[in-house]
Design a protein around this ligand. Sequence first.
Ligand code: PGA
Length: 245
Amino acid sequence: MKKLAAGNWKMNGSLEVLAELAKLEIRHKESTVNVLICPPAIYIQTALSLFSSISIGAQDCHMYQSGAYTGNISAEMLADLGVNYVLVGHSERRIDHTETDSMVLQKALAAQTAGIKPIICIGETLNQRESGQTLNVIEKQMNGSLHKDLTSYPFVIAYEPVWAIGTGHVPSSQQIAEVHNFCRNYLEHNFHEIAANTPLLYGGSVKGSNAKKIFAIPNVDGALVGAASLKVDDFSSIIEALEKS
Ligand code: PGA
Protein backbone atom coordinates (compact mmCIF):
# COMPACT_ATOMS: atom_id res chain seq x y z
CA MET A 1 0.00 0.00 0.00
CA LYS A 2 1.29 3.46 -0.90
CA LYS A 3 1.45 5.82 2.08
CA LEU A 4 -0.35 9.16 2.04
CA ALA A 5 0.59 12.65 3.27
CA ALA A 6 -2.61 14.70 3.09
CA GLY A 7 -2.90 18.41 3.79
CA ASN A 8 -6.18 19.88 5.01
CA TRP A 9 -6.09 23.64 4.63
CA LYS A 10 -9.50 24.13 6.28
CA MET A 11 -10.65 27.75 5.71
CA ASN A 12 -7.07 28.98 5.28
CA GLY A 13 -4.72 29.79 2.43
CA SER A 14 -4.89 31.95 -0.67
CA LEU A 15 -3.84 31.90 -4.31
CA GLU A 16 -0.44 33.11 -3.13
CA VAL A 17 -0.05 30.21 -0.70
CA LEU A 18 -1.13 27.82 -3.45
CA ALA A 19 1.52 29.16 -5.83
CA GLU A 20 4.14 28.87 -3.07
CA LEU A 21 3.14 25.27 -2.30
CA ALA A 22 3.67 24.38 -5.95
CA LYS A 23 7.38 24.15 -4.98
CA LEU A 24 6.48 20.79 -3.47
CA GLU A 25 6.01 19.48 -7.00
CA ILE A 26 9.72 19.92 -7.65
CA ARG A 27 10.90 18.75 -4.24
CA HIS A 28 8.81 15.59 -4.22
CA LYS A 29 8.54 14.89 -7.93
CA GLU A 30 9.68 11.29 -7.61
CA SER A 31 8.03 10.72 -4.26
CA THR A 32 7.45 7.17 -3.11
CA VAL A 33 4.35 8.32 -1.21
CA ASN A 34 1.10 9.91 -2.33
CA VAL A 35 0.87 13.61 -1.54
CA LEU A 36 -2.49 15.36 -1.38
CA ILE A 37 -3.60 18.92 -0.76
CA CYS A 38 -7.20 19.74 0.14
CA PRO A 39 -7.62 23.52 -0.24
CA PRO A 40 -10.91 25.37 0.20
CA ALA A 41 -13.24 24.44 -2.68
CA ILE A 42 -12.87 27.81 -4.36
CA TYR A 43 -9.17 27.13 -4.98
CA ILE A 44 -9.53 23.58 -6.30
CA GLN A 45 -9.56 24.46 -9.97
CA THR A 46 -6.45 26.66 -9.72
CA ALA A 47 -4.75 23.98 -7.64
CA LEU A 48 -5.47 21.39 -10.32
CA SER A 49 -3.81 23.60 -12.91
CA LEU A 50 -0.69 24.09 -10.75
CA PHE A 51 -0.13 20.52 -9.54
CA SER A 52 0.37 17.32 -11.46
CA SER A 53 2.22 14.80 -9.28
CA ILE A 54 0.44 16.04 -6.16
CA SER A 55 -3.23 15.13 -5.87
CA ILE A 56 -5.90 17.69 -5.13
CA GLY A 57 -8.79 16.87 -2.84
CA ALA A 58 -11.83 18.53 -1.33
CA GLN A 59 -12.73 19.02 2.33
CA ASP A 60 -16.34 17.90 2.05
CA CYS A 61 -19.04 16.91 -0.43
CA HIS A 62 -22.80 16.62 -0.33
CA MET A 63 -24.43 13.20 -0.10
CA TYR A 64 -26.67 13.81 -3.13
CA GLN A 65 -25.69 14.26 -6.78
CA SER A 66 -27.62 17.46 -7.42
CA GLY A 67 -30.65 19.42 -6.28
CA ALA A 68 -31.87 22.33 -4.19
CA TYR A 69 -28.98 22.37 -1.69
CA THR A 70 -27.78 25.95 -1.72
CA GLY A 71 -24.10 26.38 -0.99
CA ASN A 72 -23.24 22.70 -1.33
CA ILE A 73 -21.01 20.85 -3.77
CA SER A 74 -21.62 17.31 -4.98
CA ALA A 75 -19.03 14.59 -5.44
CA GLU A 76 -19.92 14.51 -9.16
CA MET A 77 -18.96 18.18 -9.46
CA LEU A 78 -15.64 17.47 -7.74
CA ALA A 79 -15.02 14.53 -10.07
CA ASP A 80 -15.91 16.77 -13.00
CA LEU A 81 -12.93 18.96 -12.09
CA GLY A 82 -10.54 16.04 -11.59
CA VAL A 83 -10.52 15.79 -7.80
CA ASN A 84 -9.56 12.32 -6.55
CA TYR A 85 -9.95 12.47 -2.75
CA VAL A 86 -12.48 14.08 -0.42
CA LEU A 87 -12.47 14.37 3.38
CA VAL A 88 -15.72 13.26 4.97
CA GLY A 89 -16.70 13.51 8.62
CA HIS A 90 -13.87 15.76 9.77
CA SER A 91 -14.58 16.57 13.42
CA GLU A 92 -15.09 20.23 12.52
CA ARG A 93 -17.88 19.13 10.15
CA ARG A 94 -19.30 16.68 12.69
CA ILE A 95 -19.32 19.34 15.41
CA ASP A 96 -20.02 22.60 13.53
CA HIS A 97 -22.44 21.10 11.00
CA THR A 98 -23.91 18.36 13.19
CA GLU A 99 -22.91 15.63 10.75
CA THR A 100 -23.81 12.17 12.00
CA ASP A 101 -22.08 8.85 11.28
CA SER A 102 -24.80 7.93 8.81
CA MET A 103 -24.42 11.25 6.95
CA VAL A 104 -20.68 10.61 6.80
CA LEU A 105 -21.35 7.16 5.33
CA GLN A 106 -23.74 8.63 2.71
CA LYS A 107 -21.09 11.17 1.71
CA ALA A 108 -18.42 8.46 1.51
CA LEU A 109 -20.65 6.36 -0.74
CA ALA A 110 -21.49 9.40 -2.89
CA ALA A 111 -17.77 10.09 -3.30
CA GLN A 112 -17.05 6.51 -4.35
CA THR A 113 -19.95 6.53 -6.83
CA ALA A 114 -18.34 9.59 -8.41
CA GLY A 115 -14.95 7.83 -8.54
CA ILE A 116 -13.41 9.76 -5.65
CA LYS A 117 -11.67 8.18 -2.65
CA PRO A 118 -13.25 9.30 0.62
CA ILE A 119 -11.00 9.94 3.62
CA ILE A 120 -13.31 9.05 6.49
CA CYS A 121 -12.34 10.92 9.67
CA ILE A 122 -12.96 9.54 13.16
CA GLY A 123 -11.72 10.45 16.62
CA GLU A 124 -12.66 10.92 20.24
CA THR A 125 -13.04 14.11 22.28
CA LEU A 126 -10.94 14.78 25.38
CA ASN A 127 -13.91 13.96 27.64
CA GLN A 128 -14.39 10.64 25.90
CA ARG A 129 -10.68 9.79 26.23
CA GLU A 130 -10.54 10.82 29.87
CA SER A 131 -13.56 8.69 30.67
CA GLY A 132 -11.98 5.63 29.03
CA GLN A 133 -14.40 5.65 26.09
CA THR A 134 -11.90 6.00 23.23
CA LEU A 135 -12.17 2.54 21.65
CA ASN A 136 -15.94 2.43 22.15
CA VAL A 137 -16.28 5.78 20.36
CA ILE A 138 -13.99 4.67 17.52
CA GLU A 139 -15.93 1.43 17.13
CA LYS A 140 -19.26 3.25 17.13
CA GLN A 141 -18.02 5.73 14.52
CA MET A 142 -16.72 2.92 12.32
CA ASN A 143 -19.95 0.94 12.73
CA GLY A 144 -21.90 4.03 11.66
CA SER A 145 -19.70 5.47 8.94
CA LEU A 146 -18.37 2.30 7.29
CA HIS A 147 -20.47 -0.19 5.34
CA LYS A 148 -19.79 -3.27 3.25
CA ASP A 149 -20.84 -1.31 0.15
CA LEU A 150 -17.67 0.75 0.61
CA THR A 151 -15.54 -2.19 -0.44
CA SER A 152 -16.19 -1.65 -4.14
CA TYR A 153 -13.80 1.29 -4.26
CA PRO A 154 -10.75 2.39 -2.21
CA PHE A 155 -11.18 4.51 0.89
CA VAL A 156 -8.93 5.90 3.59
CA ILE A 157 -9.44 6.26 7.35
CA ALA A 158 -8.02 9.19 9.31
CA TYR A 159 -7.83 8.88 13.09
CA GLU A 160 -7.85 12.39 14.49
CA PRO A 161 -8.37 12.78 18.23
CA VAL A 162 -10.42 15.98 18.51
CA TRP A 163 -8.26 17.16 21.43
CA ALA A 164 -5.10 16.89 19.31
CA ILE A 165 -6.36 19.01 16.41
CA GLY A 166 -4.74 22.44 16.35
CA THR A 167 -3.66 22.18 19.99
CA GLY A 168 -0.06 20.98 19.81
CA HIS A 169 -1.04 18.04 22.05
CA VAL A 170 -0.12 14.79 20.36
CA PRO A 171 -1.15 11.45 21.91
CA SER A 172 1.64 9.14 23.04
CA SER A 173 2.90 6.57 20.54
CA GLN A 174 1.16 3.88 22.61
CA GLN A 175 -2.15 5.74 22.42
CA ILE A 176 -1.89 6.14 18.65
CA ALA A 177 -0.79 2.51 18.22
CA GLU A 178 -3.72 1.26 20.29
CA VAL A 179 -6.30 3.03 18.10
CA HIS A 180 -4.59 2.21 14.80
CA ASN A 181 -4.25 -1.48 15.72
CA PHE A 182 -7.89 -1.47 16.74
CA CYS A 183 -8.88 0.09 13.37
CA ARG A 184 -6.78 -2.43 11.40
CA ASN A 185 -8.31 -5.34 13.32
CA TYR A 186 -11.76 -3.90 12.78
CA LEU A 187 -11.13 -3.66 9.02
CA GLU A 188 -9.68 -7.18 8.88
CA HIS A 189 -12.68 -8.54 10.70
CA ASN A 190 -15.33 -6.64 8.75
CA PHE A 191 -13.74 -5.87 5.39
CA HIS A 192 -11.31 -8.79 5.04
CA GLU A 193 -8.85 -8.52 2.16
CA ILE A 194 -9.18 -4.77 1.66
CA ALA A 195 -7.94 -4.14 5.22
CA ALA A 196 -4.31 -4.41 4.19
CA ASN A 197 -4.80 -1.87 1.39
CA THR A 198 -6.72 0.75 3.34
CA PRO A 199 -4.38 3.50 4.57
CA LEU A 200 -4.83 4.52 8.21
CA LEU A 201 -3.76 8.13 8.66
CA TYR A 202 -3.05 9.85 11.94
CA GLY A 203 -4.06 13.52 12.25
CA GLY A 204 -3.77 16.14 14.98
CA SER A 205 -0.80 18.52 15.44
CA VAL A 206 1.49 16.63 13.06
CA LYS A 207 4.64 18.70 12.47
CA GLY A 208 8.03 18.20 10.88
CA SER A 209 9.43 17.77 14.40
CA ASN A 210 7.16 14.87 15.44
CA ALA A 211 6.47 13.22 12.05
CA LYS A 212 9.32 10.69 12.22
CA LYS A 213 8.15 9.42 15.62
CA ILE A 214 4.51 9.18 14.47
CA PHE A 215 5.40 7.37 11.23
CA ALA A 216 7.41 4.79 13.18
CA ILE A 217 4.20 3.61 14.90
CA PRO A 218 2.83 0.33 13.49
CA ASN A 219 -0.25 0.70 11.29
CA VAL A 220 0.29 4.43 10.72
CA ASP A 221 0.28 4.77 6.93
CA GLY A 222 0.46 8.53 6.69
CA ALA A 223 -0.93 11.73 8.11
CA LEU A 224 -3.73 14.23 7.76
CA VAL A 225 -2.03 17.55 8.37
CA GLY A 226 -3.75 20.86 9.10
CA ALA A 227 -1.67 23.96 9.91
CA ALA A 228 1.68 22.51 8.82
CA SER A 229 0.34 21.78 5.32
CA LEU A 230 0.15 25.51 4.56
CA LYS A 231 3.92 26.02 4.70
CA VAL A 232 6.23 24.51 2.08
CA ASP A 233 9.11 23.64 4.43
CA ASP A 234 6.86 22.25 7.16
CA PHE A 235 4.80 20.07 4.83
CA SER A 236 7.90 19.05 2.90
CA SER A 237 9.62 17.77 6.06
CA ILE A 238 6.51 15.72 6.91
CA ILE A 239 6.45 14.23 3.40
CA GLU A 240 10.17 13.48 3.70
CA ALA A 241 9.67 11.73 7.06
CA LEU A 242 6.95 9.60 5.48
CA GLU A 243 9.14 8.78 2.48
CA LYS A 244 11.85 7.57 4.87
CA SER A 245 9.54 5.60 7.15
P1 PGA B 1 -3.72 20.24 12.70
O1 PGA B 1 -5.12 19.81 12.02
O2 PGA B 1 -2.63 19.49 11.99
O3 PGA B 1 -3.65 21.72 12.51
O4 PGA B 1 -3.82 19.84 14.13
C1 PGA B 1 -5.34 18.49 11.58
C2 PGA B 1 -6.71 18.34 10.99
O5 PGA B 1 -7.68 18.90 11.51
O6 PGA B 1 -6.89 17.64 9.98
